[in-house]
Write a protein that binds this ligand. Structure first.
Ligand code: NDP
Ligand SMILES: N[C@@H](CC=O)C(=O)O
Ligand code: NA
Length: 432
């Protein structure tokens, strides 16, 4: 049955993850034959800057900046795309698949918008297209959803899926670190994207939520379907108030398959400090899955970084090596065979935390509660924190579980109140 003794691989990109993959494959050299019945060998690495890359590899003759020399080489069986971004990654992956080469990528930006197209191209050319590293880095989650949990109807997938923002929030919460200082550290450690805006504005997590929803619910969800909010407005005050209320602020990605459609959003949320996700810190990620048969399952581990992400990439490469040996490629390709609608954010139900500054005069609280009542927003807690030297009182409101659209209408009216100076924070509170 064994067809190949050496699986020849080209690596596109030698940055954080590319270097990790190079190291992990080197580290596995003596194990491969036992695990796979063949050797996996990097024969070409595509880079932009040859000189910079030469310092990272033993044999610099495998470095090139000529894509054509890779795609037109019939000896290359598999391409690992680790450049990131949409272009030229999409063109290179498409051309590689069309040339009959298997592809592994960690590129969530691309999979979240063009996953279906790339999976279809792979299927058409009878090759594999795998992307385990694109979601939650080193944590196995795509394969478990597609394979181990295939006997379930999955109804919810949620969790912490961005290492950079979790690292920043952890440092702000535990060490009182400033936002920028924590972001700089995350970048230095290789967690952040080339443009960290994607991390802090929640876009990276949004891409992962789109991929998770598509895989979990068998219905295509793309990046544009996910309602996204990042962590740039989170302040030390809200972190402190959350703590006083027995909660921790985390950037959560949530997707649910409900009777009225798929909910998919990314928000900084208050979660009770005794919830298992509250103790997922630093660059660690954790993903909860709820299925009708398995009930709750939680996946935890390193969601970013050189070697953890490389671990997922190499796992995909090894899987393809086995598929090739046993002549069973494209066993599991696109699993979207349904077409559910996407629910509007305003139709979702949540509990909310609202912090505002208002004049410290009698009747202000009554005005607020009247607006909430008129908009079907029931209040679960209301606290006047303190009166500032400028005569303004800080008021924190926690609502019951209410419709987002109703809550936003109430907030619109509250903003218009003369005696409300400003709304300082608006966060959701996680409730199962
Ligand atoms: N870092 C992480 O923890 C994780 C990253 N990912 C994903 O993995 C991918 C790679 O990320 P990461 O390693 O962090 O990124 P880096 O920016 O560290 O590395 C990207 C590499 O690709 C090279 N490159 C970019 N464009 C081209 C091009 N047009 N031609 C040739 N080479 C090119 C860069 O070269 P040069 O240095 O010369 O610019 C660099 O070597 C991304 O899709 C990212 O989203 C996924 C999970 C975790
Ligand atoms: N920038 C991402 C890296 C992996 O996806 C993160 O911080 O999680
Ligand atoms: Na993963």
């Amino acid at each position: 049955m064994v067809q190949k003794k050496v699986l020849k691989v080209a690596l596109l990109g030698l940055g954080t993850v590319g270097t990790g993959v190079y190291k992990v494959l080197r580290n596995q050299e003596t194990e491969m034959m036992h695990k796979l019945g063949c050797e996996v060998k990097i024969v070409k690495i595509l880079v932009r800057n040859l000189e910079k890359a030469a310092k990272k590899v033993e044999d610099s003759s495998i470095l090139t900046n000529d894509w054509e020399s890779i795609v037109s080489d019939p000896q290359i069986d598999l391409v690992i795309e680790l450049m990131g971004g949409l272009s030229p990654a999409k063109e290179y992956i498409t051309q590689a698949l069309e040339a009959g080469k298997h592809v592994v990528t960690a590129n969530k930006d691309l999979v979240a918008v063009a996953g279906k197209e790339l999976l279809d191209t792979a299927q058409e050319h009878k090759v594999d297209f795998l992307f385990e590293a694109a979601v939650a880095g080193g944590i196995p989650i795509i394969r478990p959803l597609k394979q181990c949990l295939a006997g379930n109807h999955i109804t919810e997938v949620m969790g912490i899926v961005n290492g950079t923002t979790n690292f920043i929030l952890t440092k702000m919460t535990q060490e009182g670190m400033e936002f920028q200082e924590a972001l700089d550290l995350a970048t230095e450690l290789g967690y952040a994207e080339a443009d960290p805006t994607a991390d802090i504005e929640g876009l990276d997590a949004g891409r992962k939520v789109a991929i998770l929803a598509s895989v979990a619910f068998h219905s295509r969800v793309v990046f544009g379907d996910v309602a996204i909010e990042g962590i740039t407005k989170i302040t030390a005050t809200d972190i402190r108030y959350a703590k006083e209320m027995g909660c921790t602020i985390k950037l959560l990605g949530v997707t649910r398959n409900t009777e009225d459609g798929i909910e998919a959003y990314v928000n900084p949320m208050l979660i009770p400090s005794d919830h298992p996700l509250a103790s997922v810190n630093d660059s660690y990620n954790a993903v909860f899955v709820h299925g009708d048969a398995v009930e709750d399952a939680m996946f935890f581990g390193r969601g970013a970084g050189e070697l953890p992400t490389a671990s997922a990439v190499v796992g995909d490469v090894f899987d393809i090596a086995r598929n090739i040996q046993f002549n069973c490629c494209t066993r599991i390709s696109c699993t979207c065979y349904k077409d559910f609608p996407i629910k509007k954010m305003e139709d979702t139900y949540n509990s909310y935390y609202l912090r505002l500054q208002a004049e410290d005069r009698c009747g202000v609280l009554a005005e607020l509660t009247k607006i909430f009542a008129e908009n079907q927003v029931s209040i679960s807690e209301i606290v006047q924190k303190k009166t500032r030297s400028n005569g303004l009182a800080e008021i924190v409101v926690i609502t019951s579980r209410v419709r987002e659209g109703d809550f936003q209408t109430a907030v619109k009216f509250i903003r218009e109140l003369k005696r409300v100076e400003k709304i300082s924070a608006l966060l959701r509170v996680y409730q199962k």
